[in-house]
Design a protein around this ligand. Sequence first.
Ligand code: HEM
Length: 263
Amino acid sequence: MPKLKLPAPPLPDRLNPRPKRPGSTKTKPLAEAGISAIDWVDERTSLSQGARWMMFRKIPKGTNWFYTLGSATLFAFLSQTVTGVFLAMYYRPDAAGGAYESVRYITNEVFLGEFVRGMHKWGSSVMVILIFLHMARTFFFGAYKYPRELNWVIGVALLVLTMAMSFTGYLLPFDQRSYWATIVGVNINGTGPFVGPYLSDFLRAGPEFGATTLARFYAIHMLLIPGILAALIGAHLYLVAKLGTTAPPWIKADDPVQKEEKA
Ligand code: HEM
């Protein structure tokens, strides 16, 4: 019986021949360990393929600085997430004075507390300004048209959720200003048609504005909305990578028929 020759295993070229054993080359062992750890994960997940798909894309002629506004909004969101995590380490949603006291403690006693709180507070305005500028860019460049309508709709949800983040975050210091301003905001919500009264009941967490309201706003602000925001941003970016970016409206498409006629 002739010996059957088995086909070579379906390994990518880069792994064939197999990499040298760690420590047998002249590179630094620590760097090598890092590289081989990443390769180990990549061989089993092909994550680098996804990263390449996301990041190495063809972009149209004429792309300019206005196209960075989406990424700037994303950066503002990530900055809010990081500073928010640190604030949550000290904040207490206690309406009987604990919330106000914990914010005072963050501002006056915690190392870099005032800085981190300032970043979070001003960062929220920065994010709102950037999201509007990004929306204006996509509107004026006609990026909401086919086939990107769904990304526009997801964008609208992102805008509403970002505004809801600002609204729910404003109450958390629980000082006079945030308390009364939020009562006004909840009452305005209550005047909406049909859902208004249910919405304001949901926000107040009962008939009275008080301790339950603060806990509800805190849960919405740091768990509910950020979770939905992160998921929707993921979908938004997936569609951006899948559909590609729109060319600016003043860039004319290459028309082979017109070119031929001119020649
Ligand atoms: C948390 C908020 C948001 C983040 C992090 C975000 C992020 C991004 C990024 C990174 C891009 C690709 C780069 C660019 O074109 O700037 C993009 C594209 C896009 N965004 Fe947003 N975005 C957000 C909100 C919005 C809003 C509010 C709208 C509109 C209502 C919107 C509509 C679009 C559209 C239509 C595109 C495709 C643009 C094109 O193909 O040229 N986004 N977004």
